[in-house]
Design a protein around this ligand. Structure first.
Ligand SMILES: [Zn+2]
Length: 225
């Protein structure tokens, strides 16, 4: 991130008033803590809102590498290589960075009851934190990833457990999980649809049927079953 902080005020002039930062997707989208702190501070100075994708990119990379080496490639390993604790820890870290930058932060697509707890605690302490969840995390769990067609339920962060669903519903009921958004990222599921759409030069891609390797399956729920 060399020029990014300098470019942020210019984005506001183009009508872009919110920014999304990532603590995962190493070597692609991820920013380091110091970079996120700078973004939060400059966003606050310019009246912009920072949204945060909270997962631990370092841990995910290690777990994915180890899973592939062991031959654990089924869709369930998408969730098992992106642990709930990674979300909980990075939500707390993001809250801490935003407090230090004296900026508001919006935690997107929360999946864990532990994450809701972090947001609740921050709000009780008067910090400017908002937490969002999405329907996929309220209605589906890791059990769906264990089905034969488990590839249909791959999204990032992953779907979790029934206990997490309870925590998210509680978060919605008490205003700690707000707003409720889709974060929709759809893919066609079957190869026939994929080839049809390719023939029509559609921008939409199909997720791979290669359920033998979870890292090759696009992240996002399906349109067609
Ligand atoms: Zn995200």
């Amino acid at each position: 991130m060399k020029k990014l902080p300098l470019e942020i005020p210019g984005l506001l002039k183009q009508g872009i008033s919110s920014l999304k930062v990532f603590t995962a997707y190493n070597h692609r989208l991820r920013l380091q803590d110091g970079e996120i702190f700078k973004v939060l501070r400059i966003a606050r100075q310019n009246g912009m809102l920072v949204m945060a994708h909270c997962e631990n990119g370092d841990v995910i990379d290690i777990l994915v590498k180890e899973a592939l080496q062991r031959g654990d490639m089924a869709p369930i390993w998408h969730a098992r290589t992106r642990p709930a604790w990674g979300e909980i820890e990075t939500i707390l870290r993001m809250i801490s960075l935003s407090a230090q930058a004296e900026a508001m932060v919006y935690i997107v697509h929360m999946t864990t009851s532990g994450g809701v707890n972090q947001v609740q605690r921050a709000r009780q302490n008067g910090l400017a934190v908002m937490g969002e969840t999405c329907p996929q995390y309220l209605f589906f769990t890791e059990k769906n990833l264990l089905q034969d067609d488990g590839a249909k339920w791959i999204c990032s962060p992953p779907v979790r457990t029934e206990k997490d669903q309870d925590g998210l519903w509680q978060g919605l009921a008490h205003g700690n999980c707000r707003p409720f958004a889709t974060d929709h990222c759809p893919f066609f599921f079957n190869v026939v649809t994929q080839s049809l759409m390719r023939a029509k030069k559609s921008q939409f891609r199909a997720r791979s049927w290669e359920k033998n390797d979870f890292t090759k399956i696009p992240n996002g729920f399906t349109w067609c079953r």
